[in-house]
Design a protein around this ligand. Structure first.
Ligand SMILES: NC(=O)c1ccc[n+]([C@@H]2O[C@H](COP(=O)([O-])OP(=O)(O)OC[C@H]3O[C@@H](n4cnc5c(N)ncnc54)[C@H](OP(=O)(O)O)[C@@H]3O)[C@@H](O)[C@H]2O)c1
Length: 342
């Protein structure tokens, strides 16, 4: 048994943001981590950190789907790492694992908190993206809540992001006509050229709400499924174009996370269209589908292995960049899943 200590670098969540989150809301701390392990404990070193919009939601003072992220502890989050030392028969040094040890370079975990990754089946980073929480969100959000049918017109906001870029591909595979809304010409080109969408709308090119709304109608002709990652003015522009029995899936509202969730400027908007079209709105949460993860992996993992799904990743190098990376989600700097490499 080793007795040495390990220098552990941690991002401690210190202060609740009222607007945009940044490094001023965190403290970089160095601590010593014991390396002696009890039975069934495993020491891991983090290699990739997941950076997710929900982190900002949980920084609010109010309850969401759970209590707010406590102050003074390591920022929680998904991690892909490697085993350094193990007192569990299930893990040996060098094994790749996915876990939820948060923004710290090392962690002592119980073996039950780790899931071993098969490095031959897919790149390890997919465990935080297409074969992880974002993939689960996209799959069950669309297939369960959206019930897509061939020929349905599907519109996805945040379409070039981690969840959105998967939803659009799953919808294409379900035989739908699919349109993505994203910020900037490059992302829109990516949606049409790489993901083979039927159309893409650059919301930044339309500052007047009526023009954005008119462009959505012009391209789509009406919407059967709206998968919403963004909320705000983009959603205002889509909802008047829903068709009869449309399904609106509320996955996220990132345009409101900088303070709009705590102090909304207005109440729900354009909901009379739900009445006119007898549509449904459903919120979906990834954790409600955790127990069905194998169901999703059985379908999607072979697509990934065969190169049939395009999973874009934006990888930022440097543990010290984590808070800035979180901030960058709100400026749209990522294409696909945003990760930080240790
Ligand atoms: N319900 C669930 O269980 C669940 C699970 C995962 C994620 N989510 C939600 O799904 C959404 C996407 O998450 P993700 O992990 O896939 O992140 P992501 O889409 O990879 O990254 C965020 C993207 O949001 C867009 N964005 C940021 N601020 C915006 C604004 N003011 N207006 C319009 N677009 C804006 C940016 O793309 P552009 O360059 O296109 O603006 C940015 O790249 C988020 O709302 C997140 O909270 C929900």
């Amino acid at each position: 048994m080793q007795t040495a200590t390990i220098l552990n670098r941690q991002w401690i969540y210190k202060k609740r943001p009222t607007g945009r989150v940044g490094s001023e809301h965190y403290e970089l701390r160095e601590t010593e981590l014991r390396s002696e392990l009890a039975v069934n404990e495993v020491l891991i070193e983090a290699r990739y950190f997941s950076v997710d919009p929900y982190m900002r939601i949980q920084q609010a003072e109010r309850n969401t789907w759970e209590a707010p992220h406590p102050l003074g502890i390591v920022q929680r989050g998904g991690v892909v790492g490697q085993v350094v030392n193990s007192q569990s028969a299930a893990f040996v040094p060098g094994d790749w694992v996915v876990t939820f040890s948060g923004w710290q370079t090392h962690a002592v975990c119980h073996a039950g908190e780790l899931q071993k990754l098969n490095t031959e089946a897919a790149s390890v980073t997919t465990a935080l993206g297409v074969l992880g929480m974002p993939g689960r969100t996209a799959w069950f959000g669309l297939m369960d809540a959206g019930s897509p049918k061939p020929g349905d017109v599907v519109v996805v906001s945040g379409a070039a992001g981690a969840v959105g870029s998967l939803v659009v591909q799953f919808a294409k595979r379900a035989g739908c006509r699919v349109y993505g809304i994203a910020g900037g010409a490059d992302k829109c080109r990516f949606l049409v050229d790489n993901l083979r969408l039927d159309g893409a709308i650059d919301y930044r090119a339309f500052s007047a709400p009526a023009e954005l709304s008119a462009e959505i109608l012009r391209q789509t002709g009406g919407v059967d499924i709206y998968f919403d990652n963004v909320g705000g003015r983009i959603t205002d522009a889509v909802i008047p174009h829903i068709k009869k029995r449309a399904r609106i899936i509320i996955c996220g509202a990132i345009s409101q996370y900088d303070g709009g969730l705590d102090n909304p400027e207005q109440g729900p908007r354009f909901l009379h269209h739900i009445l006119f079209q007898r549509a449904t709105i459903q919120g979906i949460l990834a954790r409600d589908y955790t127990h069905r993860m194998d169901e999703m992996l059985a379908v999607v993992a072979p697509w990934v292995k065969n190169g049939e799904i395009y999973f874009a990743e934006t990888i930022v190098d440097g543990f010290e960049k984590l808070p800035d990376a979180l901030n960058s989600l709100f400026e749209g700097k990522n294409l696909g899943k945003l990760l930080v490499r240790a």
